[in-house]
Design a binder for this molecule. Sequence first.
Ligand SMILES: [Cu+2]
Length: 213
Amino acid sequence: MSQYPAGTPLSHEVRVRLPLPIVIPLGALLAIGLVTFGMSRILLSVPKEIAVVIAIAIGANILIACAFIAQRPESARRSSSELAIVAAYPLVIGVVIASLGLGHGDSAGEAEHAEAAPAAAEGTAVSAANVAFSTDTIELQAKTEETIPFTNDDSAEHNISIYEDDSAQKDLFKGEIIPGGQQTTYTVPALPKGEYYFQCDVHPGMNGTVTVQ
Ligand SMILES: [Cu+2]
């Protein structure tokens, strides 16, 4: 404290700097939280393969931009806004891809086929919201073709696929991926009695048990 004469009230500089040890970490935490949340919304709403590409592109972009800026010492003032722009544009591309719903157009014919299938018995109706299924159990009758009405109330796209077991290696039924806000009726082929595993192939954390009896 030797640079401040004894008895002087807190200088302006000290009063301004006092909260910084709290404000800077809180601000950084908030910024990290917002970026993480925004990224997760984008990456969850595109197919897995595209999400990987977007994430790598954003990471590579930030690295390249930082290396580029580090080699130009005089432009320190402008560099942070430039960095923000460079880091943000893959996000914009991601948003565009997500809103166009690219990456699942190839299997559109399957949904029509599923909807056209008549007279199958109806299994458990399932809906999806907030990256979760409405149920963790789907019940079907054995040895008969069954339908599963599926409503996607989420912003992300989802499907239902049925596998022999939770290793999700051998699929018994692969459901068309349904964009957010849409619905379909899956037609599941006749299955023998037993317990099986279902999941959303876009988000394998969304899963449960299929009981056929
Ligand atoms: Cu999903």
